[in-house]
Design a protein around this ligand. Structure first.
Ligand SMILES: Cc1ncc(COP(=O)(O)O)c(C=O)c1O
Length: 368
C-alpha cells in the first residue's frame, strides 16, 4: 500500500526531539500561549522574512483575523478564488463580507490577475489569493492592482510554507499572510494551529489583541475579540519541526522532480511551475478528463490519492447565497473534475514514486 501522506514516518524521525519539547512544556505549565509560542512566532517570522508573526489556533482563524485587521467589515467585498479549500471563503463570510470570485489561470491554478480589475467595485476592500498546492500566486501584478485601487492584499499561504515568489518567501509579500499548521500541512502541528505574518506593527498588534479576547490588558477589552490562541504544546512542537522544514521541503521538491520525470508522456497533464517561484509541493496533482477512472484504478492497486477539490466553493450549497452558478468560473469548474493528487510527502521513496508512475501509465494507456 502507498499512502497519500505518512505522518508516522515523519514522527519516527523526530520522536526524541518532540517528546523532549512536549515534556518541557508540560513541566512549565504554559499550556496556552507562553514562551514556546512566542519563540516560535519569532522564528517563523524570521523564516518568512517578515517582521511579525502572531500564532493562532488554526489557519481559518488566521484568515479571519487578517481580514479583520485589514479593516474588512460586513457588506464589504473581498476578491478571491473558488479553486481553494472552503476556509478561504468561510473566513470572508464570518465577517459578513462578500466573496467575489475570479477564475484561475489554467497553468498555475492560481488567481488570474487579469480578471481582477473588472470586478472591483466601491465596496471592494481586499484581494485574497491562495498559493494553491504550494505554488505562489502571481503576487506582483496583484500588489500593483491593490496599490492602485487602495485595496489590501492578503495571502492565503496555508499550503505554502517556505514557498518563494521572485526570491521572497510568501506570506511576507502582501499586507498580511496566513498559514495553517493542520497536521498534514508542510509544517504541521500535532493538533490545530495557524499564524498571521505581517511587516506592519499595527496589524500585528491588532491580530494579537483579537486572538486573545480583544484584551489590551487583562480583563480590559478594547476590541471584540476571540479565543483563537495557540497552545503552548503546539508552539513547542512547531519549533522542533521548523528546524527540519527546509530539508523536508527539498525532499518534496525532489520527489516532484522524480514524478515529473517518470510521468513524462504518461497521458496526464503534469503540474506546471510558474517562472521564478519556489513551489513547495504541498500537493502534487496531475490532470486528466479521466480523473475518476484513474482514481479508481489507483485505489484498486492500493495507491491512495486525493481530490483537491471535487466541488469548487462557488458551487457548494452552503455558499449558494452569493449567487454563483455553473459556467461562471469555467477553468475552476473544469479542473475540479480533472485534478488528482498523488501521494506526496518528504519520506516518500523513489521506488514508491516509480510504482505510482507505472500504475498511472498503465491506466492511461488502457481504455476505460
Ligand atoms: C488554502 C487553505 N486555506 C485555509 C485553510 C484552513 O486552515 P485550517 O485547517 O488550519 O483552519 C486550509 C487548510 O485546511 C487551506 O488549505
Amino acid at each position: 500500500m502507498i499512502p497519500f501522506i505518512d505522518l508516522k514516518a515523519q514522527y519516527q524521525g523526530i520522536e526524541a526531539e518532540i517528546l523532549d519539547a512536549v515534556s518541557k512544556t508540560l513541566s512549565s505549565t504554559q499550556f496556552v500561549l507562553g514562551k514556546e509560542v512566542s519563540a516560535f512566532e519569532e522564528e517563523f517570522a524570521d523564516y518568512c522574512g517578515a517582521k511579525f508573526a502572531v500564532g493562532v489556533n488554526s489557519g481559518t482563524s488566521a484568515l479571519h483575523l487578517a481580514l479583520l485587521a485589514a479593516g474588512v467589515k460586513a457588506g464589504d467585498e473581498v476578491i478571491t478564488v473558488s479553486c481553494t479549500f472552503v476556509a478561504t471563503v468561510a473566513a470572508i463570510d464570518y465577517i459578513g463580507a462578500r466573496p467575489v470570485f475570479v477564475d484561475v489561470d489554467p497553468d498555475s491554478l492560481n488567481m488570474d490577475w487579469t480578471r481582477v480589475e473588472s470586478v472591483i467595485t466601491d465596496r471592494t476592500k481586499a484581494i485574497l489569493p491562495v498559493h494553491l498546492h504550494g505554488q505562489p500566486a502571481d503576487l506582483a501584478p496583484l500588489a500593483d492592482i491593490a496599490a492602485r485601487h487602495g485595496l489590501k492584499l492578503i495571502e492565503d499561504a496555508a499550503q505554502a510554507h517556505g514557498a518563494e515568489y521572485h526570491g521572497r518567501r510568501v506570506g511576507s509579500i502582501g499586507d498580511l499572510g496566513c498559514f495553517s499548521f493542520y497536521p498534514g500541512k508542510n509544517l504541521g502541528a500535532y493538533g490545530e494551529g495557524g499564524m498571521v505574518v505581517t511587516n506592519s506593527a499595527d496589524y500585528a498588534h491588532t491580530v494579537r489583541t483579537l486572538r486573545d479576547w480583544g484584551q489590551a490588558a487583562k480583563y480590559h477589552h478594547t476590541l471584540k475579540g476571540f479565543n483563537y490562541r495557540m497552545e503552548g504544546i503546539q508552539g513547542a512542537i512547531l519549533r522542533v519541526k521548523l528546524r527540519h522544514l527546509e530539508a523536508w521541503t527539498e525532499a518534496r521538491r525532489h520527489n516532484a522532480k522524480i514524478y515529473s520525470r517518470e510521468l513524462e508522456g504518461a497521458g496526464v497533464q503534469l503540474p506546471q511551475e510558474s517562472p521564478d517561484v519556489r513551489h513547495v509541493y504541498h500537493v502534487y496533482a496531475v490532470r486528466t478528463p479521466e480523473r475518476d477512472r484513474l482514481h479508481a484504478a489507483l485505489q484498486a492497486k492500493d495507491i491512495q490519492t486525493g481530490i483537491h477539490y471535487p466541488i469548487p466553493v462557488h458551487l457548494q450549497k452552503a455558499y449558494s447565497e452569493f449567487g454563483y452558478g455553473r459556467g461562471d468560473l469555467p477553468v475552476t469548474e473544469r479542473v475540479s473534475g480533472e485534478l488528482l493528487s498523488l501521494p506526496m510527502y518528504p519520506e516518500l521513496r523513489e521506488d514508491q514514486i516509480k510504482s505510482v508512475a507505472v500504475a498511472v501509465r498503465e491506466t492511461m494507456s488502457s481504455h476505460g
